[in-house]
Design a protein around this ligand. Structure first.
Ligand SMILES: [Zn+2]
Length: 429
């Protein structure tokens, strides 16, 4: 079998098409069948081998490397629920072989200027990954509208061969591509494809939630405030939202739209929705992707010492932060009774913050979302100690006030301030 190396950003389906042509097969499927049979014979294996491994073996490259540079997974599956899978796409592609061929657009897209350049410089043309991402209607390199071909077999051929039957996106969508949010969205897609990494869903939702909270938007499923989907609906150009997020376009105000609002609840979500949220919530695409992909190492990489207690605290912390320590809001989000919430959160040293005024609460939440593992443990253990103190402290407020070692003049501290946090913050800075 003749091996043809893929070109920069070449899309896996297009690469298979070129391999098919040079090896004289009628379809990519036939090519893959042949590769599979040959592999089974050579390696005396009975199981079938996933496509990306067969191609990588033919190219004499690493399967992981091939997926990172030529599949859409770094965009479509950028977020993983598994903390230990942020560095691998191969595991996903092996478990779900169909994922690498999942087409997010219903047609095959190319840039006429890119293929003209390819033809002149190499005598061939090829399909690029970036152009296959939904919502990308212009080529960011040439600022030309993309063309598309509606055919299941488009990727079997070089794009210039199909140019005569290609169509263009509507003039409205092309004009919208100049909108700053859409330009940022395209940039986010580009950066994600190049970054070749995955984000842990908890870290990703923390990055987004800090922006969502700063805008005063609601994260909880129920409530009267605006949520992320309301905000996106207002900020995104209408025609663009209608084409690429049709369910958002039809959603009633204040309703929880799970595939969008769920991305702030550590439950994963599609890369498309994460990229849109990043483009709307951040001013800079590179910064947004860095925030999503580079978790605060000290928060999530250190294994907790007291496993039982900390696993539980770690599990509860994102919900606690999202709801700013207000048990009633946590109870609404989780659907659990307030008594249960009270018991569970106090047990791990995450006290109710309903007593605090909003600026103190915000400062404490900010502190807890950035604090190291050790400091968090120290802080929470201190809270637990105070909450269980004998003789019992008069109120939870007294307990809170003592956290962070309040100096002697504490009696003079007005009840609506939270000076102990100042001390804790000073310790950290
Ligand atoms: Zn181009």
């Amino acid at each position: 079998m003749i091996a043809v190396q893929p070109l920069p950003d070449e899309y896996i389906k297009g690469h298979l098409g070129r391999l098919r042509v040079i090896n004289g097969f009628e379809s990519s499927e036939q090519l893959m069948r042949q590769l599979g049979e040959q592999h089974r014979r050579d390696c005396k294996e009975h199981k079938s081998t996933p496509t990306h491994k067969l191609i990588a073996a033919l190219l004499k490259t690493e399967p992981e490397h091939y997926l990172r540079q030529h599949s859409l997974l770094p965009f479509t599956r950028v977020v993983t629920r598994k903390k230990d899978e942020t560095n691998t796409f191969s595991k996903l592609a092996t478990a779900r072989p169909y994922a690498i061929f999942q087409q997010e657009r219903s047609a095959a897209y190319f840039c006429p200027a890119c293929i003209e350049h390819d033809k002149n410089s190499m005598g061939l043309s090829y399909w690029r990954r970036l152009h296959q991402i939904p919502g990308v209607d212009i080529c960011p390199k040439h600022a030309t509208p993309l063309n598309f071909v509606q055919s299941d077999y488009a990727f079997e051929y070089e794009p210039h061969r199909l140019a005569s039957r290609a169509e263009q996106p509507s003039t409205e969508l092309i004009a919208i591509s100049d909108n700053p949010i859409i330009r940022r969205y395209i940039r986010v897609a580009e950066v994600l494809l190049k970054s070749e990494k995955r984000a842990w869903s908890y870290a990703a939702s923390t990055a987004l939630t800090s922006k969502v909270n700063a805008l005063g938007l609601r994260v909880a499923q129920k409530g009267i405030a605006e949520n992320l989907s309301d905000f996106l609906k207002r900020e995104l150009p209408t025609a663009w939202a209608r084409s690429y997020l049709p369910r958002l376009h039809e959603k009633p105000e204040r309703e929880h739209l799970h595939y969008i609002d769920g991305i702030c609840l550590s439950q994963g979500g599609s890369g498309h929705v994460f990229a849109i949220a990043m483009a709307v919530l951040f001013n800079d695409a590179k910064h947004a992707v860095d925030d999503l992909l580079t978790p605060r190492e000290h928060r999530i990489s250190t294994e907790p010492k007291n496993k039982k207690l900390n696993t539980s605290r770690r599990k509860l912390l994102p919900i606690y932060l999202r709801n700013k320590g207000i048990y009633l809001a946590i109870s609404k989000e989780t659907g659990l009774r307030k008594n249960t919430i009270h018991y569970r959160f106090r047990k791990v040293g995450l006290p109710s913050l309903a007593y605090l005024n909003s600026s103190s609460r915000d400062r404490l939440i900010r502190y807890l979302s950035e604090v190291s593992d050790e400091k968090l443990e120290e802080w929470s253990n201190h809270v637990i100690q105070l909450l269980n103190a004998k003789p019992k402290l008069a109120t939870q407020w007294d307990a809170l006030q003592k956290v962070g070692l309040v100096p002697d003049e504490k009696m003079a501290i007005p009840r609506n301030s939270f000076n102990c946090i100042n001390k804790t913050l000073t310790d950290v800075n």
